[in-house]
Design a protein around this ligand. Structure first.
Ligand code: PGA
Length: 242
């Protein structure tokens, strides 16, 4: 039950490979629940899915989506919010019912309560059929950052200095990066029926190597994916250290 690896020559091939796995799940189950991720890695995959929808081979009308995480606090109108990202990169381009697209609530007055409500939403939509993941340079999954202990369920978390630095490229300055986030926990993520994790570029090499070693360590949250029976890594040669 080790992690399967699909080695792609480049980013475009990776995006197509990931999209075709997601599409297969959606074609087999019209009302699939998709677990989605943000970040630069899945952008190409979302483009492929939107194109399949445009040409009529993929239907989103009965699909439900749940996203991994959201900055806190942040408004959905902020162009750096993950809600905004999902609209821009996927939801505005496909025939999805936006009332069935869920992202943790970055505007909630009480963030702990928002996390509890998110777990209730996840319970109500049922098991995620396929969860798409990226991987942080530090091995984080969603905003489950390396730590002595990890959380099971959706929770409020502080971002590590390394993640704030890595994400500063999207903001006017490092000081503008929110310092907190709401994120599914590792237990939440591991409940999905099937998981794909995408990685490209040499910056991901060390985290990918720890994950593929097959052990478990909270210093690389991605390594916990070794607990799941159906995980596929879709990556380029650089992420494999070639
Ligand atoms: P990236 O982020 O896709 O922008 O590299 C991945 C992640 O932090 O999970």
């Amino acid at each position: 039950m080790s992690i399967k690896v699909i080695r792609c020559e480049n980013y475009a091939e990776m995006s197509r490979a990931a999209a075709s796995i997601v599409a297969k799940v959606m074609i087999e189950k019209k009302n699939a629940v998709l677990g989605l991720a943000t970040g630069s890695t899945p952008v190409g995959m979302y483009g492929e899915l939107a194109e399949m929808n445009r040409i009529g081979v993929l239907d989103f009308s009965d699909v439900t989506t749940v996203n991994l995480d959201e900055y806190y606090p942040i408004s959905p109108d902020n162009d750096q919010s993950y809600r905004y990202f999902m609209n821009e990169n996927l939801f505005d381009h496909v025939n999805i019912d936006k009332s069935r697209t869920y992202v943790p609530d970055g505007t909630a007055a009480d963030p702990d309560d928002a996390c509890r409500r998110y777990e209730e939403i996840l319970d109500s939509v049922g098991q995620v059929d396929i969860q798409v993941l990226g991987i942080g340079q530090n091995g984080h999954i969603g905003f489950n950052e390396p730590a002595e202990s990890l959380e099971v369920l959706t929770h409020v978390t502080g971002l590590t200095a390394s993640t704030i630095k890595a994400n500063a490229r999207f903001f006017a300055s490092e000081a503008d990066v929110p310092t907190k986030a709401l994120t599914m926990g590792m237990g939440t993520i591991l409940r999905a029926k099937k998981i794909i994790i995408m990685a490209n570029g040499a910056a991901k090499r060390d985290a990918v190597a720890v994950m593929l070693k097959g052990g478990l360590t909270t210093s690389c949250p991605a390594s916990l994916l070794n607990l799941h029976p159906d995980v596929t890594l879709i990556c380029d040669p650089a992420a494999l250290g070639e």
